[in-house]
Design a protein around this ligand. Structure first.
Ligand SMILES: NC(=O)c1ccc[n+]([C@@H]2O[C@H](COP(=O)([O-])OP(=O)(O)OC[C@H]3O[C@@H](n4cnc5c(N)ncnc54)[C@H](O)[C@@H]3O)[C@@H](O)[C@H]2O)c1
Length: 82
């Protein structure tokens, strides 16, 4: 299984947490969101441990090994995160 960090788990990101969880190829290893409520709700829904939830991608990358990041934030934030 390839390891995936998802950045943006609220809004449209909620569909992606479901899609990733049902994937045969990807395993979610961390969630990132600037919104604590979105982060908490996604973590609870998908049993992501609290220590694998972060407010920025740099912090996640410092703690968690991953093969890719899936970015589901508004378009004006995409480039900086990528
Ligand atoms: N294909 C479709 O049908 C479809 C539909 C809706 C949205 N989208 C796309 O999905 C993306 C997200 O749209 P949305 O409506 O879910 O946006 P949104 O404003 O609801 O944001 C999604 C999440 O990203 C988080 N976020 C914002 N900036 C962040 C940052 N810098 N770091 C971490 N998290 C951050 C927000 O807190 C939120 O939880 C956009 O690119 C949009 O174009 C596609």
């Amino acid at each position: 299984m390839l390891r995936l960090i998802q950045v943006g788990v609220g809004g449209f990101g909620r569909s992606w947490t479901d899609i990733v969880e049902s994937s045969k190829f990807w395993k979610p290893v961390a969630y990132v969101d600037i919104d604590e409520k979105a982060l908490r709700e996604a973590a609870e829904a998908h049993k992501m441990p609290r220590e694998r939830c972060f407010n920025d991608l740099e912090s996640a990358l410092a703690e968690v090994e991953a093969d890719a990041a899936l970015i589901v934030v508004p378009p004006n934030g995409h480039m900086e995160i990528a």
